[in-house]
Design a binder for this molecule. Sequence first.
Ligand code: DQA
Length: 515
Amino acid sequence: MLLNGPNLNLLGRREPARYGTTTLAEIEKAVSELGRSWGWEVVCFQSNHEGALIDCIHNAFGRVDLIIINPGAYTHTSVALRDALAGVAIPVIEVHLSNIHAREEFRHHSFIAPIAVGQIAGFGADGYRLAMEGARHYLTVRKGGEGQHRPEQSPVPLAQAAQSRVARLRQRWGDGIDAFLILSPENRRYLSGFTGSAGFLLVDREGQWLATDFRYWEQAREQAPDWTLLRQKGAWTEALREAVADRGWRNIAVESDVVTLEQQQKLRTALPDVHWVPRQGVVESLRMVKDEGEQLALSRAAALADRGFQHILGYMRPGMTERDVALELEFFLRREGAQGVSFAFIVASGERSALPHGVASDKKIGTGELITLDFGCILEGYCSDMTRTVIFGPPTAEQRKVYDTVLDAQKRALDAIAPGKSGRAIDRIARDVIEAAGYGEHFGHGLGHGVGLLVHENPRLSALSEDVLEPGHVVTVEPGIYIPGWGGVRIEDLVIVTADGCRNLTTSPKELLVL
Ligand SMILES: O=C1C[C@@](O)(C(=O)O)C[C@@H](O)[C@@H]1O
């Protein structure tokens, strides 16, 4: 949606030396046509009245993916316009024809800029085209999906990525190993691209085999074309025995943190001469660093969760049960293309918000209660995870204090994230803030965890963590304060560690939303 504020209807004749000669009608036409060429529908609106602009923004809730706005003089005066934009939580790009920062002092401040994705100023009418380019970039790259369209289901280029993963596995599995047997479903998928629910992988120095049963033979050929397919017809250990038979392998590594006692016995019985070498976390350590395709899938999953939050804000009312809210949220995410949810959603209100993992119950949500919503969805196999705490009705001083403490802790931890920092150090930064505010005993869990094919994986941000952050790590940052009998607050974003800090995949507003 393109919004223009007061006096911009005069463009073309208004101070042409400053604002140019292009009319608003010409700008709106150009923007609409550009949008159409990308398959977008652009709605344009101009008003000289603050209230009319605010009504238009309210109407956009749930219907519009992004707002490009030149608020005119309201830029510098209107808290109400800013609140409307923040309230509907639609991403905003602010545009000005003139460079407001090079003009009178009173034009230097914008009430809109702090809640905007970005600001474009000083390029005349061309600024609107630049804003459109910015919108396109934001919606496709940063938010991970164009417009209201379903998130693109294009597969992460797994087959290609998977080959380099196998090469890295060979480098890392250590000396004296003839082959590696992979039984973990996530590791199987990560290395081969095969998404079926059953099967195993065998990798030696030169070859790679994927065994699966009749249900998946076609799928396996398509998804894992570089793997030699072992058609499993009976017990999986039988297929394994045949595959290993004449190869002369003595030492085969197994995932010691995955293999059950029963599987261990079966392996020993099927291949008594093989020495099964325990190896822990080898593939998992590769999985910690997400490649480009994985980062894209994760950012899409996070963007969909953001849209889910926006949707549920408009749906929630006092008197609904936590379960009503969780169901609607899940239904929305599934309808918008999620393959599944990352975990059973947490919707914890009132005293229940003191339960860090208060899965949605039949409790009715009341006015004045803090409500913690912790949820995520799966796209292309990759999970998202986010938490926001909101309230119906004005917060008490204590609720505000707890909220602000958690927010401060979260922001400081986010600011500190960078390659080379330890998970323990980042956890400490958030914990110090919470301890200093007197709530130390009420923050009993770690600050964050890695997210990928599993919603909880390494690296960890916690007091016990040995992990050191690297570019490509994807972690949650989720401090919380939980006071039994009173309630709690948690705020959680999902971020990618970059070369010089982190990129936040969660873009939902973080100031306390009073519904
Ligand atoms: O009306 C306008 C136009 C403007 O938003 C611009 O586009 O440069 C800058 C504002 O300061 C001014 O009040």
